[in-house]
Structures are given as C-alpha cells and as structure tokens.
Design a binder for this molecule. Structure first.
Ligand code: ZN
Length: 479
C-alpha cells in the first residue's frame, strides 16, 4: 500500500512539474524590429475623404454597376496617384477590377499581391438619421474619418496606393514584383476577383504572399491579456444554407389535425438547435491559443492554455460558451428564415425554413447536409441546398510558413507591444480565390477595435490610417 501511495505521489509530482515547466517556459515573443516609420503623406487624409464621397455602392445581383460613379472613382485614382499611373502597368479586368504591376528587380522571386476592394455596402435609408456624420460626406472629426467604406475596404485600398506612391516618389524599386489588385464587387457576387484569378491562371501565374482584408487588432475583451491582439487570418470557414420543407395537407383551422406542417418543421428546428455539431480545435485555433497564452496574466489560465494535452476539453467548453469563440471551434447551424401560412384561419400545406451553416476547415457542406438529415431523422422533412450555392472551407496558411512570419514581423514593427496570433475567418473575402494561385494568403489590416462595418457610424481612427500606411510601406520595402 505504501509503495502504491509512493508511486502515486511521484506521478503527481511529475505531472505538476510538467504543468509548471510548460507554463513558465511559455514566454511572450517580444521580438520587435526597430524601423523608421514614415508619416502619412500630406494629401492622404484628403484622398481618403474624397474616396468616401464617391458612392461606389456594390452592384446588385445582376451585376449592374453605377458606371458613372465607378468611372469617376477610376478618374479620381488616376489623378491622385500620378506616379503609379506613370510607372506601374495597369490591366483592367471585367470593367472595374484593376491589376497594377510594379516590376521588381529580381524576377526570379514570385510576386507579392496586395489586395483590396472599393465597392461598399449600401447605407440603409431608414438608418441615415442615426449616423453622427453624413454617410458619404467623408467628414473628418474627433480623430476619425467618417463614412461608408472607410473601413471596408477603402482603408486598405487608399493605404496601399499612398504607400506605393510615396515609395515611387523616393525613387524606390522593389526587389520582388508587386501586384496591387483592386476589386469592385466583393460585397456582392465577388465575380471580379474570380475573373482576375482566372486571368492569372490562364497565364500560369503563381504568387508568394497575398495580403487581403480580414484580421484586425483588438484591445477590448481580451480578458487576462493586457496587450493588443493582432489576429492574422490564415483561413476561412465555408458557407452553406439548407432548405427544410415540411409538407402536410392543410385545411380549415377549425378542425386541425394532430400535426401541421408548421409543427413538423418546428420540431425539426428544435432538434437541430438541441444537437449542435460537435466542437473541434482546428490547427489555426490551436496555434491562436498557443500564441496568446504566453501573455496571459492569470497563472491558472496560462497553465491550462500551455497544457492543451491535458486541459483541451475544459478550454473547448469555456470557448463554446461565447458566440464569438464558439464560432471558431464549431461548424455552426442557425435558422435564418421561416416561412409558412397565408391566412389566420387556414392551416398551411407547406412550411419552409433555411438553416445557415459556417463550416470549419476539415469539414464540408456534404457533412453538414448529412449531419442535419441524421439529427432531424424525419422523412416528412425534405432537405435541399439553397440555390445550390455553397463555398467549402478554404485551405489554411501554415503559421510556420515564411508568409505568416513576414506579416507577423511587419505587424510587430507597426504596432507596439502587440500579441500576434493566427485566426480563422468566419466570413468570406475576395482572397479565397487566390488560394488557387498562392500558398501564402493572409488576411490582415491594422485597424484597432474598428466599428461600424456594414452598419451606422462607420469610421476609421486617423492613427489607424497611419498604421495601415506603415504596414503596406514595410511590406512593399520587403522589411
Ligand atoms: Zn470587405
């Protein structure tokens, strides 16, 4: 007995030592490169304001551009960035998508791509009165530039153009060829980016690093981490919507049968809600937890995060309790549309509901379909894919790759004392197309706690504009 107790004691001691060793050995990465950061060029803010005043609202489904405004925007870019238009070669794809090629001195290196889109989502007419600035006024006040599109995604486009123009002014020529790719319909069909990538594929082009919008910096809700966290997108979740239809002969509401189409469908939806798809810690999220854990001030949290082999299930449980973190560890399912009935005294024959799903890497739209079918387990419910439209989850960029490391290094130079961590993107961007021509697609813009995306009071801190400018400048300079 004594022997067994002794053995248990030794094992416990070993366990505690391993836990503490892993926790204390998990040290923050404080490698910060000291580089000189240029100030925003004199006209930059004026240019951003002018860009917002051009109402480049996203074309609707049938791909109708407001040609006059999009042409005006082209003219504005040509006039504001004369050196770019003198030195870079521009190709126009599908009317309003642009590729600018800046030839590097060493053509043996694959080109880098800096991406952005300049179409914006419309402003809701009824919400205009809730804005604290004119949505298309391009106003500058309280250290912000205000207006639809200033974050999404003219912040990137104008910063890329400013950084390029400023370097051209200095007579700089990059070693690596740089392509600037600007899309005109990211917020709707995204057909522009597809056409641009097809254009590249037809020429058998491959690329090195590709940087697009997506990941950002957060300083709020970082819980036990005091530093800002820069989340670099390394992959995107997939997207599919399922249509559930229940059919049951309706009739007069005065003599109802046991179960109506509405009852059958409601039961099916309850089953889906009660049985979420099981959680899964994917590689990017494991890497995210590892990256942020070193900065955690709470010893016990840090210990758990530094010892995933032992605490994974507890961590997953706690992540699943918040909607934002839950979305990172699970293929989500949510009912978004419910339709049935025509009159208050008629029992309807049909009831339909849509279930929208965002799919984790490693799973597929077919997996979602099969799972929902199995959970509902009711032959009265017909399941189909909505409009046959779906995107599978993207491949993910390796966090140990040179692409990720390069962006990480630049972010550390631009933002002081920042925690850099990989992130899985829950929405889709134009860059997903580029995964066909590059292994290094990364999503990041150094915007801090940005607010107003697609909603009211979209605005960008002027200091963030400065950061974006520095971010692209360092990428261009290859630092
Ligand atoms: Zn966007």
């Amino acid at each position: 007995m004594k022997k067994i107790l002794g053995l248990v004691g030794v094992l416990l001691l070993v366990l505690v030592s391993v836990l503490i060793f892993n926790t204390l050995g998990n040290k923050p990465n404080n490698n910060q490169q000291l580089v000189t950061l240029d100030s925003l060029p004199q006209n930059a803010i004026e240019h951003m304001s002018a860009a917002i005043q051009l109402k480049t609202e996203t074309p609707n489904d049938d791909y109708q551009f407001d040609t006059a405004t999009f042409m005006q925007y082209r003219k504005f870019i040509e006039v504001s960035y004369p050196l770019i238009h003198k030195s870079l070669h521009r190709t126009i794809v599908d009317s309003f998508n642009y590729i600018y090629e800046w030839k590097g001195t060493d053509t043996s290196i694959l080109p880098m791509v800096l991406m952005a889109h300049y179409d914006v989502v419309p402003v809701e007419e009824s919400a205009v009165r809730l804005w604290h600035a004119k949505p298309y006024g391009g106003e500058i006040k309280e250290n912000y530039i205000w207006g639809r599109g200033v974050l999404d995604d003219k912040s990137s486009m104008i910063s890329i153009l400013e950084a390029t123009e400023a370097q051209l002014q200095k007579g700089f020529q990059p070693k690596q060829t740089i392509l600037l790719c600007f899309g005109a319909d990211e917020e709707s069909s995204g057909k522009g980016a597809t056409a641009v990538v097809k254009y590249f594929k037809d020429q058998h082009k491959r690329f090195d690093l590709v940087v697009d919008e997506g990941g950002e910096i957060s300083t709020e809700d970082n819980q036990s981490i005091k530093a800002p966290i820069a989340a670099i997108g390394v992959g995107e979740k997939g997207y599919v919507t399922l249509v559930l239809t229940a059919q049951k002969a309706g009739g007069h509401s005065s003599i109802p049968a046991n179960h109506t189409a509405i009852d059958i469908l409601s039961r099916a939806i309850t089953k889906v809600n009660d049985n979420p798809i099981p959680t899964k810690l994917t590689t990017p999220i494991k890497a995210y937890l590892k990256s942020i854990s070193a900065y955690n001030d709470n010893f016990f949290e840090k210990m758990a995060l530094s010892n995933l082999w032992l605490f994974e299930s507890r961590i997953v449980k706690s992540l699943s309790e918040q909607p934002t973190s839950n979305a990172l560890i699970r293929t989500t399912l949510v009912p978004t549309v419910f339709n049935s009935g025509v009159r208050d005294n008629v029992i309807p024959t049909f009831a339909t509901a849509y279930i929208n799903s965002r799919i984790l890497p490693g799973q597929s739209s077919k997996d979602v379909f099969d799972y929902v079918q199995k959970v509902i387990d009711d032959t009265n419910i017909k399941i189909t894919y909505y409009k046959n439209y779906m995107t599978e989850p993207s491949p993910t960029t390796d966090v140990n790759s040179k692409y990720y490391k390069r962006v990480e290094k630049v972010v550390r130079s631009v933002v002081k004392d920042v925690v850099v961590a990989p992130m899985l993107m829950v929405g889709a961007t134009d860059s997903r197309n580029y995964r066909e021509v590059s292994d290094g697609v990364v999503n990041f813009t150094p915007l801090t706690d940005a607010k107003g995306y697609h909603g009211i009071d979209e605005r960008m801190l002027i200091s963030d504009f400065q950061k974006c400018f520095n971010f692209y400048t360092l990428l261009i300079k290859g630092e």
